[in-house]
Design a protein. Structure first.
Lengths: 261, 258
């Protein structure tokens, strides 16, 4: 218990910050002041105002699209990573996958500002400061996570199952559809839920690639909190993001425990 | 064959932005063109002489060093307690210790901002350090925990039975055997802290801000290739670290079941 004490002290500070967030989300906002009024639920009612509902809808739609595209783009890479017999290829894929994971959000997002902003090619349709461009950035941002989760799931599958199906006459496509894909379902479910949950609270990507024209929940929190000094309103939005994320991750927990039992 | 082409194309998609950043950073003019219109190191010189980046680099080093120095021992002790301690509700403690990972950055950031304002610490780096410690702690706990699990307690019992004091057993047997986990935890903690952006944006000002926040402000206000040069330096460092980690820590053993 004493060995846990230092870590628990750190957690206590973190919990105090979240507690402060919760407290301010139910305090009345006094415009033009950092003082607050009495207890109120008005901040949560304001979340449902039309201009904010739009941001919530955009966030959910963008997160869903990001999850689908990320899954489709990550599966082949994860499959190659889990199944290659060459240590050199495995290292190459792993380093190329992990490197963006380790370069910070600003570097990665700025790179897309350059690519989407007609530096390399002139795009036939506008990309930068549109939802299309934000989607590309979000997919790129989520791919390393998805690849690693899928590769971990795929490396659990005994290749003998696939060989058995093939030796019984199944075409490669059929082996994939009837054997590999179903066996990798737990990884697909967990990876998709985590990517969806993370994208719901994405901030730097929509902030820089959206250029103020694409607003997701986190951007609204920043606008209200840092630009309008409406901390109670921002806190209510942040609580919404927190609740959505926790609910989704609880689902991930359900999936993984069901698999274990 | 189709699979191989698809994998190559997808890896190219993942790598393309990095290559563009590096190319743009060598442009001789302020125009962002790729491939670069010539070769110049002026934006690298600009990075090194821009006072705000110098100040932010110092802040980054101070905050990361302080956060890692606090998180490494706290996380190591917690990992030992989770694996060895007589704990009730072990899984609950484990979830609690890893929980800062799943809290959205804007929620944690705004929470720390409100807390700092209440405590009158808005102008201090203390809040940045406190937040960074909490954010890197999960990585330390996870990395060290793996090493603790692989540690055979018989080795420590052997040292103790030969007369070593508990402190000596810890220093001469336990710690050296935990080295791979400690090293991985240190690596993750440093990389995560150096790159942390969202939470830091909320709780820093022009005097206390760390590099990613200063870079964000610069990107929003200017369009010359300076950030491309700074990003290239970040990317080069990161590739080196990941390559070394793969060479010496065998990353496929960390991330795949082999």
């Amino acid at each position: 218990m004493t060995r846990l004490a230092p870590a628990l002290a750190v957690l206590a500070v973190f919990a105090a910050a979240l507690g402060a967030l919760f407290r301010w989300s139910v305090l009345e906002f006094v415009p033009g002041s950092l003082q607050t009024g009495g207890l109120t639920l008005a901040n949560f009612r304001a979340v449902l105002a039309p201009q904010y509902l739009g941001a919530i809808r955009d966030t959910v739609v963008l997160s869903a699209l990001t999850t689908v595209f990320t899954l489709a783009a990550s599966y082949p890479v994860a499959y190659a990573l889990a199944r290659t017999s060459s240590r050199r290829v495995r290292s190459l894929i792993l380093v190329l996958t992990l490197a963006p994971f380790f370069t910070g959000a600003i570097v990665r997002t700025y790179a897309w500002v350059l690519v989407l902003g007609n530096t390399v090619v002139t795009w036939p349709v506008p990309m930068l400061f549109t939802e299309r461009g934000v989607l590309v950035g979000l997919v790129h941002f989520s791919m390393p996570t998805m690849i690693l989760m899928l590769a971990a799931a795929l490396s659990h599958i005994d290749p003998a199952y696939e060989r058995a199906a093939a030796s019984l006459g199944a075409s490669p496509a059929r082996v994939f559809r009837r054997v590999t894909l179903p066996l990798s379902m737990p990884g697909i479910a967990a990876g998709s839920l985590i990517v969806f949950a993370w994208t719901l609270s994405a901030f730097p990507t929509p902030e820089l690639l959206g250029g103020g024209r694409v607003k997701m929940i986190a951007n609204v929190v920043k606008d209200l909190g840092l630009d309008s000094f409406n901390w109670p309103g921002a806190a209510a939005f942040a609580m919404l993001a927190l609740a959505l994320t926790l609910a989704l991750l609880a689902l991930v927990g359900r999936f993984t425990t069901e698999r274990a039992s | 064959m189709i699979l191989r082409a698809a994998v190559a194309a997808l890896l190219a998609f993942m790598t393309l932005p990095t290559l563009v950043v590096i190319g743009v950073s060598f442009n001789p003019t302020a125009i962002l063109s790729f491939p670069p219109a010539g070769f110049s190191l002026r934006w690298y010189a600009n990075v090194l002489t821009y006072p705000q980046f110098q100040r932010a680099a110092v802040n980054s080093l101070v905050v990361t060093a302080a956060a890692v120095a606090l998180a490494l021992p706290a996380g190591t002790l917690a990992a030992l307690a989770l694996e060895r301690g007589r704990l009730r509700g072990r899984s609950v403690w484990a979830v609690a210790l890893l929980s800062p990972l799943v809290v959205p950055g804007v929620a944690a950031g705004l929470g720390f901002l409100i807390l700092a304002a209440a405590l009158g610490l808005l102008r201090s780096r203390v809040v940045l350090v406190a937040a960074h410690v909490a954010l890197v702690l999960p990585f330390v706990v996870r990395s060290v925990w793996v090493s603790v699990r692989n540690l055979d307690p018989a080795l420590e019992r052997a040292a103790a039975s030969l007369g070593a004091t508990p402190w000596r057993v810890f220093r001469r047997v336990t710690l050296p055997l935990l080295r791979p986990g400690l090293f991985a935890g240190l690596l993750f903690a440093v990389v995560v802290s150096l790159n942390e952006f969202v939470v830091s944006l909320f709780i820093s000002n022009r005097v206390t801000e760390i590099l990613p926040v200063a870079m964000f402000t610069y990107v929003v206000n200017y369009t010359d290739p300076t950030i491309a040069a700074l990003s290239s330096l970040f990317i080069a460092t990161t590739f080196l670290v990941v390559w070394l980690a793969d060479r010496y820590l065998n990353l496929s053993r960390v991330f795949l079941h082999r």
